[in-house]
Design a protein around this ligand. Structure first.
Ligand code: NAD
Length: 364
């Protein structure tokens, strides 16, 4: 056995109601003039956190946007400089965390993250900034939050389709960690447990969106899946979603929910250990179909065309993906990728009788 495993320095505080600890965490970091960052949709939550921080919060900046346009980073940094802030508090999903990361990359100030979705960005050193129709990404330890406060109560307001799509976004991190070239035994354990927790919690959330036990399980799963994302190199699925978001403007979490089953079906014969871990984690013998039914039934995510991708964009997407190939367990050719993307564009059911499909216990 040989592996390398990288852990990060972030402190994690987890539990319902734990947002009440944000002021203490900010104080503990020695911060006295923080900028609270959120999306326009989370402004009331940002304001509530600002009020909780009292004089330690100098302003609430409710202008974070998905995929972090460079202009939004410039604007937030200008405000931070004017207000002479000494740190940030990012409140919300991956968009708020993404803005804090991009700011920390340019002006290295500490920040606290208070996630309200299952995206998992807060556990990774990966940053992304969109400019001129392209999303640049990189990895830098400076963009990690010093503290993450996970409060599952915050996710109770996430509508079911958003919860499910966001949960599938997190599951996608763990799926690709299971066959990552730089996975470690610890990552595989975390990935399996993360997928188990989230896939079990999402149907319970569908039954009762304010079920705090299910919400806690989902957030716990998203934490584990975020660690997997931050510790490994992602493959074809993340590459496709990255291009679909960065170059075609598709919504992040829903795109993950649509694409994941097709990539799982594409890769399963080439990644038998990952397939077996997925069967265990999902408790289903056909993981690709199980993920597709979670996406369709809970997230309402079925086809890329419904998310705004045009048929003619598929060929451009294939070209872009082949220009900078990612690691992937199965070799990706132009024709196989085109077929995968056309199926995802149409929303075709993943085929349990596809050629090369490996046998799982029930199908053997
Ligand atoms: P998001 O942060 O854009 O949130 C989606 C929408 O949901 C927003 O309108 C937001 O205001 C709203 N919202 C958030 N929390 C809510 C709540 N609790 N209740 C009701 N509404 C709520 O979306 P996201 O999917 O969390 O994040 C997507 C972004 O994160 C993308 O830009 C993606 O690239 C990035 N991301 C980065 C990483 C990384 O490691 N760098 C990982 C995952 C995602």
């Amino acid at each position: 056995m040989q592996f390398v495993h990288q852990s990060w320095r972030t402190r994690v505080v987890f539990g319902a109601g734990r947002r009440a600890q944000i002021a203490a965490e900010v104080r503990e970091l020695g911060l006295s003039r923080v900028l609270v960052i959120c999306t326009p949709g989370r402004k009331s939550l940002g304001d509530a956190i600002g009020a909780h921080l009292g004089s330690a919060a100098v302003a609430v900046h409710a202008a974070a946007q998905m995929h972090v346009p460079v202009e939004s980073v410039d604007e937030a940094l200008a405000l931070a400089a004017r207000a002479r802030v000494d740190g940030y508090v990012a409140v919300g999903g991956g968009s708020a965390t993404g803005l804090a990361k991009a700011m920390a990359l340019r002006v290295d100030l500490p920040y606290v993250a208070l996630p309200s979705t299952y995206a998992g960005s807060e556990m990774t050193p990966i940053w992304g900034i969109s400019e001129n129709g392209e999303k640049r990404t990189g990895s830098d330890e400076r963009v990690l939050p010093r503290v993450v406060v996970y409060d599952p109560e915050l996710t109770c307001t996430l509508p079911l389709p958003v919860s499910a799509a966001s949960g599938l976004n997190a599951i996608a991190h763990a799926v690709e960690a299971l066959y990552a070239p730089d996975r470690s035994p610890l990552v595989s354990l975390l990935a399996t447990e993360g997928i188990r927790a989230l896939s079990g919690a999402l149907p319970a959330i569908a039954e009762s969106p304010s079920d705090l036990i299910a919400r806690s399980r989902a957030m716990y799963g998203s934490w584990l899946c975020g660690i997997c994302l931050g510790a490994t190199t992602m493959s074809l699925h993340h590459q496709l979603c990255h291009i679909l978001g960065g170059s075609f403007g598709l919504p992040h979490a829903q795109t993950h929910a649509v694409v994941l089953p097709y990539v799982v079906a594409f890769n399963d014969a080439a990644a038998p250990e990952a397939l077996s871990a997925l069967v265990t984690a999902l408790g289903e013998d056909e993981p690709a179909a199980a993920l597709q039914s979670l996406g369709r039934n809970l997230a309402g995510a079925s086809a890329l065309q419904a998310l705004g991708l045009r048929r003619q964009d598929v060929d451009t997407l294939v070209d872009l993906a082949l220009q900078k190939p990612y690691a992937n367990p199965r070799v990706v050719s132009g024709e196989t990728l085109r077929q995968l993307l056309l199926a995802a564009w149409k929303g075709a059911p993943v085929d349990p009788r596809r050629p090369g499909r490996p046998q799982t216990p029930a199908s053997a």
